[in-house]
Design a protein around this ligand. Structure first.
Ligand SMILES: C[S@@+](CC[C@H](N)C(=O)[O-])C[C@H]1O[C@@H](n2cnc3c(N)ncnc32)[C@H](O)[C@@H]1O
Length: 288
């Protein structure tokens, strides 16, 4: 398993009964997690009065209970990036901490490439991967369907001191964007995608991962440069096992560019018992 154990400002303290107890900087949150099927005793006192507790409702969605939690606050990752956090719909806070294990992986590759690297980040959300790639020296194209998310990512770039880096911020449907890039002949050395299970483009384009992920990988293989550096798919959709990601990347990327494919679960360390909370899977292609 690839474990995101590089955080100082974030920590999973404990997990039990469908929930996780997390520290985000100085604040404690309790949020639902579908992977937490066990029901171990909740011994830590922070379980009792967290600063924020998201309660899932049986009708879908849910609501937050707050206890001395600021509207927004910031956390840092390795002094490289700063994230604005705010609890919002569907238990989200504005960053997926487990993605740090992928940020570190491609950042190393960009730093060691010894040549200018162009990266495309699809379903880019609040920009964690975009900022990591830019901080490592790449020029980045950031694509997300939500204008609000793109603005939030720009704010994160500003507070991370990365606002002047070569980043293109685009509000667009990812599939349509890649189809247009093929027609334009634009190419990238690195491509990152972390699609949701279900999503919508700016004009209501439906994204269903089971139906759309493989065609998107096929399209993306057409906008990689002749000597690409890396290709990354992350998925937290249950059922998209590492072997499924391996199969797709082997079929569409390694057959064309050689190189190496690896895939594994990703996870977050649980500080109170040394175990690991699983957070989905990632598939990686890299040139050798
Ligand atoms: C949950 S986030 C992915 C997390 C993110 N990659 C990260 O770790 O920082 C999913 C993102 O996909 C975007 N999205 C959903 N459907 C989309 C589509 N068809 N085209 C572009 N972006 C889409 C959403 O706006 C959301 O920001």
């Amino acid at each position: 398993m690839w474990i995101a154990d590089g955080w100082d400002d974030y920590e999973v303290l404990d997990t039990s009964d469908g929930e996780k107890l997390e520290r985000w900087g100085d604040y404690f949150l309790v949020r639902p997690d579908p992977q937490v099927l066990w029901n171990t005793p909740k011994k830590l006192k922070q379980w009792n009065n967290p600063n924020g507790h998201y309660h899932r409702s049986s009708k879908g969605g849910g609501q937050w209970d707050f206890n001395h939690l600021p509207k927004t606050w910031d956390i840092k990752y390795k002094d490289m990036m700063t994230f604005h956090l705010q609890p919002f719909s569907f238990k989200h806070t504005g960053v997926f901490p487990e993605q740090a294990v992928n940020w570190d992986w491609f950042s190393n590759k960009i730093q060691q490439a010894g040549r200018p690297i162009k990266v495309l980040n699809l379903f880019a959300y609040t920009g964690g991967a975009t900022l990591a790639a830019a901080a490592a020296g790449a020029s980045v194209t950031h694509v997300d369907a939500s204008k609000g998310m793109v603005n939030w990512a720009k704010e994160n770039a500003q507070i991370s001191g990365l606002r002047d880096k070569p980043i293109r911020w685009l509000v667009d449907d990812c599939v349509k964007f890649v189809e247009r890039e093929i027609r334009r002949g634009n190419q990238y050395d690195g491509i990152i995608m972390d699609p949701p299970s279900y999503g919508r483009g700016p004009k209501g384009e439906i994204w269903k991962i089971e139906e759309k992920i493989y065609p998107l990988v096929q399209l993306c293989s057409k906008i990689l440069t002749k000597n690409p550096l890396f290709f990354l798919i992350n998925s937290y959709t249950t059922g998209l096992q590492p072997a499924v990601l391996t199969y797709m990347i082997e079929t569409e990327i390694r057959t064309k560019f050689g190189g190496k494919v690896t895939a594994d679960e990703i996870g977050l360390p649980v500080s109170s018992n040394g175990l690991v909370l699983p957070c989905g899977a990632s598939g990686r292609w890299e040139n050798e």
